[in-house]
Design a protein around this ligand. Structure first.
Ligand code: KG4
Ligand code: ZN
Length: 343
């Protein structure tokens, strides 16, 4: 049995988790900064970074306590090194390095995008690559093939806005404020997509684009002007949601037809969306086994970082150096933060 401590601070959630063998969550504490940023209508990077630093010590204590373990029991520390907000990532990595040095425990830097896929491994203990993945978050709408642990091939991405970004902007236009995605989801449940149809983006191949749809919503709201009713807004939310969801799934469907997979994973913050969850199951059908993590594992959390760190580290017999020894010395090298890290 091996225990991994995960640390996630890439954006506006501070999270610390303890995961056993990369598969079983012993504790996963998440502090959302929603209240901190609400008045600003979006994430303020400086405030976010400072809040991560203030929250981490208590979350660390609670995560260890919740898992019933001591620092000496931890075999690996896994911390998000990118992509994300630079200042926020530096806080997590700095704390990870401090703990690694104080506890003499190996430290590994984790790609946040990989984490979203590994959230599915926590959901189904028997899930293994190869798999087809769709990661939909605030900054990404990526279709990836995963032939093995720690190996990814991007086969589709967005030309402009990510799905989560599109939801957040649409929510703002509809007067829903921050955080937009969940609010738009709730409003869409009361609307009728058929009454205010919006175009469904369609690009050739496996590329996404959501900026045209966003503009269509803007013009529709402009045309309605002061006459816009609550019902119109609910209908538009439903229609916008339908266009984004069907576009996301159209490409997943194409990719699955091109190369069949037994396992399909849909994850990331937008995978918390009610319609996406329902429609993804219908579109994948019995062609593959679909795994969509529960809501708390779709949005940012440290358990997925611990899982990704462990399952791609030498401790699990896989690729990727957990402890990057300096030439001639036993000290681990610092983890390099990369705000624009890709797959
Ligand atoms: O993965 P995530 O928590 O953070 C990033 O790595 O970006 O994703 C956050 C995104 C936000 O854009 C948020 O609006 C969206 O996920 N989101 C949703 C829902 N819950 C979160 N979008 C649509 N429906 C939801 N229920
Ligand atoms: Zn994320």
């Amino acid at each position: 049995m091996s225990l991994t401590l995960g640390i996630e601070t890439s954006c506006d959630e501070t999270s610390v988790a303890v995961v056993e063998d990369g598969r079983r969550i012993l504790s996963n504490l998440i502090h959302s900064q929603v209240e901190l940023h609400r008045d600003f209508g979006g994430v303020v990077p400086e405030l976010a970074a400072r809040d991560h630093l203030e929250r981490l010590p208590e979350l660390l204590d609670l995560a260890l306590e919740g898992a019933g373990v001591k620092p000496a029991d931890i075999d690996l520390i896994a911390v998000t090194r990118g992509p994300g907000l630079a200042g926020c990532l530096l806080v997590g990595v700095g704390v990870g390095e401090g703990l690694s040095s104080a506890w003499s425990t190996p430290l590994t830097g984790v790609n946040h995008l990989w984490g979203h896929i590994y959230a599915a491994m926590l959901t189904r203990p028997d899930l293994e690559p190869p798999l087809l993945g769709l990661v939909v978050s605030g900054a990404h709408s990526d279709l990836v093939r995963m032939p093995g642990h720690g190996r990814f091939e991007v086969i589709g991405r967005t030309r402009d806005d990510a799905a989560g970004e599109a939801f957040d902007k649409a929510a703002r236009m509809l007067g829903l404020g921050y955080p937009g995605g969940p609010a738009l989801d709730r409003l869409a449940r009361t609307g009728d997509a058929g009454r205010q149809p919006l175009p469904q983006p369609s690009l050739p191949g496996l590329e996404y684009s959501f900026s045209g749809l966003k503009t269509a919503l803007l013009y529709r709201l402009r045309d309605l002007g002061d006459r816009v009713t609550d019902r119109d807004r609910a209908d538009l939310a439903a229609s916008f949601e339908r266009s984004v969801v069907e576009s996301l799934l159209e490409k997943l469907d194409t990719a699955l037809n091109e190369v069949p997979y037994v396992e399909v994973v849909v994850s990331g913050g937008v995978a918390a969306n009610t319609l996406l969850r329902k429609r993804a199951a219908e579109v994948v059908g019995d062609r593959a086994r679909l795994t969509m993590p529960p809501l708390a594992l779709c949005t940012d959390n440290a358990a997925m970082i611990a899982a990704a760190g462990f399952l791609t580290s030498p401790l699990a017999g896989e690729v990727g150096p957990a402890r990057r020894a300096r030439p001639g010395g036993g000290e681990p090298l610092p983890i390099t933060v990369d705000p624009s890290l890709g797959w």
